[in-house]
Design a protein. Sequence first.
Length: 709
Amino acid sequence: MSVAFGSRVARDLRLPAAGVEAVLRQLDDGGTVPFIARYRKEATGGLDEVQIRAVAERRAELEGLEARRAAILRAIGDRLTPALQKKIDNATTKTELEDLYAPFKAKRKTRAETARQRGLARLAETMWRQPREGAPATDARAFVGEGVPDVEAALAGARDICAERIADDVAVRRHVRETYRKHARFTVKKVPAKRKERTKFDDHDGRDEAYRRIASHRYLALCRGEAEGVLRVRLALDDDGGVQRWVAGRAGLRPRSPWAEHLRLAATDALKRLVYPRTETELRGDLKARADRDAVDVFAQNLRELLLAPPFGGRPVVAIDPGQRTGCKAVALDGTGRLVAHETLFLVHGAQKLAAAQSALRRLVGRVKAEAVAVGNGTHGRETVDFVRDTLDADDVVVASVSESGASIYSASDQARRELGGVDVVVRGAVSIGRRMQDPLAELVKLDPATIGVGQYQHDVAPALLAGKLDAVVEDCVNGVGVALNTASAPLLARVAGVGPKQAAAIVAHRERNGRFLRRDQLRAVKGVGDKTFEQAAGFLRIVDGDDPLDASAVHPEQYPLVARMAADVGVAVEALVGAPAAVARIDRDRYGDEVGAFTLDDILTELMKPGRDPRPPFEPPAFRDDVRTLDDLTEGMTLEGVVTNVTDFGAFVDIGVKQDGLIHISQLADHFVRHPSDVVRVGARLRVRVLSVDPARKRIALSAKSIR
């Protein structure tokens, strides 16, 4: 089936057919996306992770389409005609299939079905034929009887049958759908009962916007406003006269027929009672799906930047979870992130407590010879940063604000209990903050990505779509950086290609029982790690200072014999080749071209030059102004340095050193037109910004990144 879909997938995605078919074969053979992208480039033609996932997703869509086509054909059964069979076979979307199936779908009790049961089908057929002769009232009198009390009831029932027939017409559904897409408008009003309340949706009250122009983030905001009972949202045509005339003509209305007015009424009823509501639901569903995809893409990009943020590295740190009333929880961590000591610092309980807090902080720093202090960026975070700087007064200790989103969730998690079981929950949060500074990727993978707080309406989108996309981002980041086999936590190992949660737990347990791994191939001794898991995972696991220098690189074990021959050919040992650019430069590429392709050879030589190179940029703390600590310190026109904390469809949020992040609207991000904020900024980027306005009452800061003139 994979190969059968291969050509269609390749055509739809505009990718080489051979590469697509190779991807599908690899996936069906149990291959993971990171492994295929990194170690099977020759087969796929160098398709990357994004393209490989697109291939898998499109194949799944086509399989779903075929399954639905088969189900519809079974449901229609002996009612299927050759003409309908052809239409169903040629349908390329689920919408087309559902339109064709609509007349045959089992319906709940409808007005039309009730009319048929009362014997009005023949009267409806006369109405549908639009004869030039006859009198509707006279003809209908013959149908008056049980369940049909009078002539008008008979005609109304006949109109119901005609209305359903019109509503089930594929052409009518298609015409109305396309008209809505081009001309329908959203109208938004605040619910009367909420009109006197001040809500975050007030800016949307009175909105009137075309369906085809509404932005994804605005639509998600409207959906949330509806869900919270604040807004009423309607999608409708301003003027549907043209649609009504078209539909009446499609139904075969003949103006000179005595039945014309009844068919016209049936057409109007079909539209307003059946087709329009169905179309509104369908198109709003399409728009929600599109908005979900856009929101998930924004979240995924933000998450990628956050996970790949510069690590401080394996150096000792002190971390502080700010708190005023109950005190700040401060911890000292060694270079591996192990908790060495912790203290509670009281900063606002008088001079004596403050002096004690200063002594405790110095004690913690000295205990592990900390090279940095990480302070959570929550409430009172800036005041705590100032306290640290005033206390240490040392240029050789880095002081940085670190995002604490999700730290409290980690603190109460099963993983935190396993790692820090004997430590109070509030202390665990500080440990997480410190580890985030040392290695953001290794710590953040312990959290559900949706809790990290860099999204856009992430709680309003389809959970399965969000989870799948974010899991893919985490998988790519983890495998792109590589994982230290001897120090990685189980959650981090579980993200390695081919390794699942059970295998990750088994690896950690094996490590604890038998000591550190000295070679990659020792993984085979772990229960549950078979040949396939080893094949998929080995290249992404690193062993520093092990028995084989190649184990610290991204060279896959299947290529170790080739590297050994390369070393012999240039007259050095393998350990003298790894990380020795001069020796690597002497390798004759042409000697190995028959064994491996250009992609693999390039990757091997790159790794030999810089084995295990971390692709993340170097750590650099933000430089906030010392005289800007609260909203009251901001003035219009002030220029500041900030750090981007979140990117959305409508702009970017920036930490400028006060409690509230400022917003750079998309129109203020650059001197040129910006299609999407992610085109010019990324989470973690440092920007020079200008304060446009400050609204203390609403706690809003408007910023600009345009050139200062």
